[in-house]
Structures are given as C-alpha cells and as structure tokens.
Design a protein around this ligand. Structure first.
Ligand SMILES: *Cc1c(COP(=O)(O)O)cnc(C)c1O
Length: 386
C-alpha cells in the first residue's frame, strides 16, 4: 500500500535560523504563535473544498472586522499595494476623473497608480501629519465633481488618521465612488466601512491583523459593483480584475490563480484570534497601549508629530526625533541591543520622526513598558539629554 510521508521535521532540523526580532515598526507587526502554528499545517489545493471552506470563513470574519455587509469581501493574493492596485484598476480607466487627498506617502501612491491607469487626477494636498477638515474635504469634492475619490484612512508615513464621513457624503452627492486605504487600521481601530460610506476598501495581512505579509483583504459595495457592470473597456490588469477573482473565490470556484493555502490558514487563524478577543476589546487594547505610549514618550520630553490627539493612529505612533539626535543611531542601537525593529520617517519626514508600531501581541502595557525602557536608553546613548 502506498504511504504518504507526513511532515516530521523538528525545529532543529530546519536549515534557516532567522534572528529573533520584536517588530515594533509600522509593519510587518509581531505574529501570534498560533498563526505560525496554522502556517505549519499541510497545504491543500487551491480548488479543494477545504480551501473554499477556509476562504468562506475568512470572508465572514472579514465583514465583521471591516464593519460591512458587502457580499464582495474577500482576499487578494498580494500585499497591501496589490489591494490598492485592485481598487484603482477596477474603478479608474482612461479619462476617469479622480480626486485624490494627499497628506502622506501612501496617498501619493494611490494618485500615481490612478495616473498609470489613465485617470485624470486632481489633488488637494496638505503637509504630512495634518488631516483634512470636513469642510475642506467637501468643498474640494463639490468643486471638482470627480468620478472617484481616494484617501488614506491611516497614513502610516505620518501617523495621521483621516475621518471619512464628510468625504463620503460629498462624494456621493456628486455621484463619485470612494476608495479608502485601510491597510494599517484594519483590525486595530474602527474602520466602519458601511457607517462611513466607503465604497471600496483594501487592507493587508501584516499590520492591524498581525499576520505575515502576503494577502490583501478587499471589500466592494453593491453600489460600486453596479458601476463595474457599466464599464465598457476591460480592466488593463488581468490579475487584479475583481470580476475574475470573485468568480474564483466567491461564485463558481473556477481557477483564476493558485492562492496560497498557507497564507489563508494564517489569516483565518489571525481572524479567529480577533473573534475570540472580541473586536471592540481589541480596539480598546490598542487604544490603551497608544495612550500609555504617548504619556510616557511626552514625559520623556518628546513631542508627537500629529498635534491633535483625536487624529492619531492608535497602532502606529510618530514621536518627533529630538533636536541633535541621530534617529538612525537610535534605531541601530535598538536592533543590536534589544532585537527591536522600529522605523524612521521618509520623504519630508526623513530624520524627523520615529515610527513605532504597537500592534497585535505588542499592544499591551507590558510591551509599552519594555519598549520605553529600551527606547530611553537608546536615546540617551545617542546623546539625548532631555
Ligand atoms: C503598508 C501600506 C501600504 C502598502 O502595503 P504593502 O503590504 O507594503 O504593499 C499601503 N498603504 C498604507 C497606508 C500602508 O501602511
């Protein structure tokens, strides 16, 4: 009788030995041990009934986390940028007028993708770290009368959280669809797709959802789907065509691409962890860790980049680098001495902010305490006297 070898390798037989890191950066965040366990399970084929069972469970759990009733809520086999390209490429075609809110690095990426797909992009820009008021947002949209509006809910480059109700209301008034980037916020903060009025949203697996990178949750409203039906020219991207992906994952289960069972297991387990904790408890835990961090970092004499506490992302903090301190030196010390990864700023914020993620397993009091202990010592080592 034929036998099938079961995987029996033990940890010490594996040929790679990655260094132990504490991921306090803007993503990827720390992964829960149960997610790693899930990833070590044997794969099934991408058309296996078990694969679709997992995929369906993910869709149901994702609807809760997104705060939506959208039937079209599923995973794109790509990172957050792939989710962004899915959203843009399906709803922006040559000549589409796109109003893009720009207050950070990822807003710029949305605008660049919209241009590449032939969109006629108009922008309203603000310095990184600031957000758009309800009035500014509505005035811009009423003036420009676009067909598509793009904004970033949690701008990971600056630490600013952009509220979306006024954007969505004004967009709907002029008949436009709203694409929102919820890459960092999903799973850590309320994203509230339906309540806000967002038509298309995408995220990623490695930030607020605390899984490894590789998947992008996407949700599309019935209103947006109606729009898609009236599109006369096919999406220039075949891989990111929502109709084809939905046919594979939601409708006929016909082959489109070979989705990674391993990554689906990971996300399914990550979402189970959220379900067990309770979504609102999880938000509250991230909020508390954020407030504790801000209190401690201010007590140390540092200032937060985003001035208004109500506009700060909970799971990604951006304290300013104090005068005379080399941020690269602080980051290098944290990595070398404590195995702690954080990030610096880039673009206009290069050398000006630290980007500290408190996500998933690291969004706790003990974790903030441990981080601040190491951070203070690294700052002092870099000459900080405050
Ligand atoms: C990380 C990030 C992205 C891009 O996601 P990748 O997984 O790196 O492709 C897009 N938008 C925001 C706001 C992000 O933080």
């Amino acid at each position: 009788m034929a036998t099938v070898a079961e995987p029996t390798a033990t940890m010490d037989q594996i040929s790679i030995h990655p260094p132990k890191r504490l991921l306090y950066g803007p993503g990827p965040g720390q992964v829960h041990p149960r997610v790693y366990q899930a990833m070590a399970q044997p794969i099934v084929g991408h058309l296996d009934a078990y694969f679709f069972q997992i995929s369906n469970e993910i869709q149901q759990l994702l609807r809760k986390v997104f705060g939506t009733k959208n039937e079209m809520t599923f995973l794109i086999s790509a990172t957050g940028s792939g989710g962004m390209e899915t959203a843009i490429s399906n709803f922006v075609s040559p000549g589409t007028k796109v109003a893009s809110f720009g207050n950070g690095f990822f807003c710029d990426r949305q605008a660049e993708m919209a241009r590449r797909h032939g969109g006629n992009v108009v922008r309203l820009e603000k310095p990184w770290g600031e957000v758009f008021s309800d009035e500014e947002a509505a005035d811009f949209i009423r003036l420009e009368k676009p067909q598509v509006v793009t904004y970033v809910q949690a701008e990971t480059s600056s630490g600013a959280f952009q509220k979306g109700e006024a954007i969505c209301n004004a967009a709907h008034e002029v008949g436009a669809l709203v694409i929102a980037d919820c890459v960092t916020s999903l799973g850590a903060m309320p994203v509230e797709i339906d309540k806000t009025g967002i038509d298309i949203a995408y995220s990623c697996s490695q930030k607020g959802l605390s899984c490894p990178p590789g998947l992008s949750p996407l949700t599309v409203s019935p209103r947006a789907l109606e729009h898609l039906k009236t599109r006369t020219n096919p999406n220039r991207s075949w891989y990111f065509d929502i109709s084809l992906i939905a046919d594979y994952l939601v409708q006929s289960h016909r082959y489109h691409h070979t989705a990674s069972a391993t990554m689906f297991y990971a996300l399914r387990e990550g979402l189970a962890l959220i379900e067990e904790e309770g979504l609102e408890n999880r938000w509250e835990r991230h909020h508390k860790a954020h407030l504790e961090f801000v209190k401690k970092v201010e007590a140390l004499g540092l200032e937060m980049l985003v001035p208004n506490p109500a506009n700060r992302i909970w799971n990604l903090n951006t304290p300013k680098v104090p005068q005379g301190v080399d941020d690269a030196k602080v980051r290098a010390t944290l990595l070398k001495e404590n195995g702690i990864e954080i990030a610096g700023g880039f673009g206009p914020l290069a050398g000006k902010v630290f980007r500290v993620g408190l996500m998933g397993p690291l969004a706790t009091s003990e974790s903030v305490h441990h981080f601040m202990h190491c951070f203070e010592s690294a700052l002092r080592g870099a000459g900080y006297k405050g």
